[in-house]
Design a protein around this ligand. Sequence first.
Ligand code: ATP
Length: 512
Amino acid sequence: MNQEELFKNIISHSKEYGFIFQSSEIYDGLSAVYDYGQMGAELKKNLRDFWWKSMVQMHQNIVGIDAAIFMHPTTWKASGHVDAFNDPLIDNKDSKKRYRADVLIEEHLAKIMAKADKEVEKAKTRFGEAFDEALYRKTNPRVTEYVAKAEAIENRFKHALEANNLEEVRQIIIDCEIVCPVSGTKNWTEVRQFNLMFSTSMGSVSEEASTIYLRPETAQGIFVNFLNVQKTGRMKIPFGIAQTGKAFRNEIVARQFIFRMREFEQMEMQFFVRPGTEMEWYNYWKETRMKWHRALGFGENKQKFHDHIKLAHYANAACDIEFAFPFGFKELEGIHSRTDYDLKKHEEYSGKKLQYFDPELNQGYVPYVVETSIGLDRLFLAVLSESYKEETLEDGSSRVVLSIPFPLAPVKVAVLPLVNKDGLAEKAEEIVDMLKYDFRVSTEAKDAIGKRYRRNDAIGTPYCVTVDYDTMADGTVTLRHRDTMAQERVKIDDLRQILLKDLHMSTLLKKC
Ligand code: ATP
C-alpha cells in the first residue's frame, strides 16, 4: 500500500470509529473545519493533558492561563497581524486553483534536494561499507550542482520575501518552470498578499460596532497578561506562561485533512528570559521539545529540525520540528526566539510599561521571549497516522489496530463479559465501577468476544478484561494485551495496580 492509500484509509478509519467528522456534514460540510467525535475528543484531551502536564506540572517556573479568544483590536495592530499576517497567493489561470507562492517554491526546492539525496543513496549501495557520505556530498559534481542550484533559488527567494517583492516571487516560479499540479501549465496570475485573520463586529448597534478579530494565535493573550501573571504569581525570570486554545486562520489552501484547518487549537508556551541569555534558552527548549516528541516512541527518524530560511521580523532564531506525516515531512511545532519585539510593541501601543525588575541585576528591562508553539490537531494527526496499522494475523485473518501510546488511548480498558447471562455482565459492571475512578473504561456484551476485541483494537484500547465462568468461581479475569494480543490470567484484586503501572500519564512524563 502506498502512502496516499494509507492516508485515505486513516481518514476513513477516523470517521468510522468516531474520531473525526467533517463539520456540518449534513449540509455537505464546511471546508477545512472538522469536529472531533466521541473517540477523537478523548484522544485530543489526553494529548493536551500530556503537553500541559509536561509544561506546567513538571516545571515549577511555568504557569498556565486561559485567555479569551476575542482581544482588543489594537492587540493585532501592535503584534503586526493587521498589516503583515499575509500569505502570498497565486492562481493558475487554467485550473483556477489557488496556491501559496512560497509553498510552490519550497516544494520545488525539496524536489531538487531529493535528487541530490538519490545520487547519494545510489553511491551508498555501489560503494558499500567504504562509503564516505560527507566527502561524497562535498565532491561529487552532480550532488554539488543540485545543492548549488537549490541554494541559488533559496537565496533569491529569501531576498524577494525580505523586500516584499511579489513580482520577483512570481518571476522565480516562472524561471523555475513550476507547473500547476492540476492543469500542468505555467499560466500564472500575479502574486498577491492575502490577510489570514477572520474579523467580526462587536456591539449590537451598527454605529457602535467595532471590528474585532478571532485570534490567529494564542501567544498574544500571554503577552498582554505578562505583567498580571508575573506580579500576582510572584514569578522570577526565567519563567514561562503556557496556554492551550483555539486559533483561527483563513488559510488560502486548506487541505490534507486536519493538517491545515481554518479553526484549530494551539498549545503555546512563552518563556521570559534575561536579554542576552535567549540563545541558551532557545537551545534548551529545542532539545527539551524534541525529547518530548521522542517520548511518544515513534522512532528517531520520525522527527527532524528544520531551520527557517527567512526569519520573521520579530525573531532572531527559529526552527520547526517536522514530522514524517503520510504526505512527507511537515511542520508540527515551531520554536522561536522572539526577542523583546512583542512586549515592546505592546508597550508602544498601550502606553503601559511591561518591564520586569531584576533583583539580581538591580535593574528593570523588557524580557526576551523564547516560544514553543505546537498545533494540537497536527499532533493528533501525527499520533493517529503513526499508530494506524493494518495487520495480517497468523491464522490469515486481518485486523486494524491503533497502537496509540497507552496513557493517551481514548478508552484505557474494555471490560467484556464472555456471555450476557448467568451474572457475568453484572460482574463486569462491578469491575467497571472499581476502575472508573482511575481510567476511562467501557463495557459491552453484544457480539462474539473476538469481534469485540477487534473493535477495541480499532480504537486503540490497550487492555481488554474478559469476565468468564472461572471469574465467578475464583475471582480471576483474562487480561488481553492490544499490541501482542497475548492473554494472561490475573486476579481482579491485582487489576488496578497492574493497569496503573502501564496506563498512567507518568510513564510518558518520565521519558520527557
Ligand atoms: P504553516 O507554515 O504550516 O502555515 P505556521 O508556521 O504559520 O504554519 P505557526 O504560526 O508557527 O505556524 O503556528 C504554530 C503551530 O500551529 C504550527 O506549528 C502548527 O502545528 C499549528 N498550525 C498553524 N496553522 C495551522 C492550521 N491552519 N491548522 C492546524 N494547525 C496549524
